[in-house]
Design a protein around this ligand. Sequence first.
Ligand SMILES: Cc1cc2nc3c(=O)[nH]c(=O)nc-3n(C[C@H](O)[C@H](O)[C@H](O)COP(=O)(O)OP(=O)(O)OC[C@H]3O[C@@H](n4cnc5c(N)ncnc54)[C@H](O)[C@@H]3O)c2cc1C
Ligand code: FES
Ligand code: FES
Length: 468
Amino acid sequence: MATDLPPGMVLLDFIRYQQHLVGTKIGCREGDCGACTILTGELNNDELQYHTVTSCLMPIGNAAGKHIVTIEGINHKEGLNPIQQAMADAGATQCGFCTPGFVMSLAGFCLDDKPATKENAIASIDGNICRCTGYKSIEKAAVDIVEKLKDKKEAIPFVTEQKILPEYFSGIKERLQRLRESINADTLKDVAGIKETPHFVGGGTDLYVQKHDEMKDATIRFLLHQPELNGIAKEDNKCIIGPSATVSDLLHSAIIHEAFPDFHRYAKLVSSTPIRNMATIAGNFINASPIGDFTIFFLALDAQISLTPNPSPGERGKRTLPLRKLYKGYKQLDKTPEEHIDKIWFELPGKNTLFHFEKVSKRTHLDIASVNSAIHLKMNGDVIDDAGISAGGVGPVPLYLQKTSEFLKGKKISEEIIHETIKTAQTEISPISDARGSKEYKRLLLRQLIKAHFLKLFPGILAESVLG
Ligand SMILES: Cc1cc2nc3c(=O)[nH]c(=O)nc-3n(C[C@H](O)[C@H](O)[C@H](O)COP(=O)(O)OP(=O)(O)OC[C@H]3O[C@@H](n4cnc5c(N)ncnc54)[C@H](O)[C@@H]3O)c2cc1C
Ligand code: FES
Ligand code: FES
C-alpha cells in the first residue's frame, strides 16, 4: 500500500481514520496505555521479525517497508483465534476497550522466537493497562497461550500451522523482500523533503508525546531505518552503536550482553516492550531529559558521539564530542538544529572493569526515574584506576559527576572512601522539588544509590551497615 498523506501523521490516525480499522483503540495517545498496540513485521538480515509498537507514537514514515498488523489482521475467517479464545475463556475482558491491545501484545509474544515461558508471556503485556478487569484473569489467559506454544520452535511456521494466527503470515517474508526492492532508504529521505532544516525523528516516542500536533505536517528526516545509522559492532576494544539502535536492539545484542551481564535487568526498568521496540539511544540523548535512563548509563561510560550536519557533505563539518559535553543547560545542547548524531561509541569494559546502574521510580515498571545513577570503575586490585559516575534527576541536565569521578581515581575501596564519595557528589548536584520528590528526598536518593553501587560491586568488602 502507498499513501501520499504526510509522513509525520501517526499510524493510529491512518489506521482508524483512513483505513477505518477501528479495532485499534485510542486511549492516552502518549504511549502509556497500550490500547493502540499493533505489530510491525520487518526484515532484519533477511529474517522476518515482528515487534509490538504503540501506533499513537509511530509516524507513518517509520512504517515504510514494514508489515503493519492491526487486530483485524489476526482474525480468523470464522470464530475466535486461540489468543482471543483464551482471553474469553479466562474472563479477561469486561468493557473490552483494552482487549485489542492485550491481544496484539500476546500475538507479538506468539511471533517471538524467545522461549514461550510464563515470565515472557507476562512481560509481553507490560505496556498494556486494563482499568476494569483484574489482571489475574489476563495473566491466566497469557498462561493458557504459553501452553499452546509448548512445541514452538520456529515461530511463524508454528503459529500458522497451529492456526494461532492466519495462514497469510507464512507468505509475508517473500512479500517484504519484493517490497524492499522497490523501496530504499533514499525513498524515505525524499518523502521527508529534506531541503529545509528537518526535524530528525528516531522512534518518535519523545517527539510525538511533546509535539504531537506540530509533527503531523513537519518536514521530517526519518533516521530509524537508515542502515548507516543502525547496528551494534565491536571494533578493537570499542563498542560502536548506531544512533538509531533501539533499546530492544541493545537488549538483543550479544556484545552488550557480554559487556553488561545485567543489561536485561536494567532495560526492563525502562518504559515497556512496545516503547523499547521504538525508542532509540540517540533519541534518549537528544531528548536531554535530566533523567534519561540511557543517557545516564552511557555518561558513566564516558561515551563519545559524532555529530554530522544535514544535508551531510561527507566528512566536512563532522565533529566528535564526549556525551558529557553535550549538555549546556536545561534542554540546551551543544548541537545546531542541522546536526544529527551519526555514531556513538564507548570503551568496552575489560575484565577488571565494574559497572552498575540503578533507578528509583514511583512504580517499578513503565515509570520514569525520580533519580537514577550509573558507575563505571576500572580496578587494579582493590585500587580504582579510573572512574566515571553519573546521576539523573538531581540537576537541570543529566550529570556526569566530574569531581566525584576524579576523586575516586587512585583510591582504595573502603567505607570511608564511600562516605567521601557521597559527600563530593552532594556538592555537584542541585536538585529541585517537583512531582517526583522534594529536593531533600532526591539528595537522599542519590546518597543511597551510590551506596547501592558499592554494595553491589564490592559485596565482600563492604558491610550492609554502609547502607545505614
Ligand atoms: C510511555 C513512555 C515511557 C517512557 N519511559 C522512559 C523511561 O523509562 N526512561 C527513559 O529514559 N525514557 C523514557 N521514555 C522517553 C523516550 O522513550 C526515550 O527518551 C527514547 O529513547 C527517545 O527515543 P526516540 O527515538 O523515540 O526519540 P524521538 O522522539 O524520535 O526523538 C527525540 C529527540 O531526539 C532527536 N533525535 C533522534 N535521533 C537523533 C539523532 N540521531 N541525532 C540528532 N537528534 C536526534 C529528535 O529530533 C528529538 O528532538 C518514555 C517514553 C514513553 C512514551
Ligand atoms: S493510545 Fe495509549 S498507548 Fe497509544
Ligand atoms: S476490559 Fe475494560 S479496560 Fe480492560
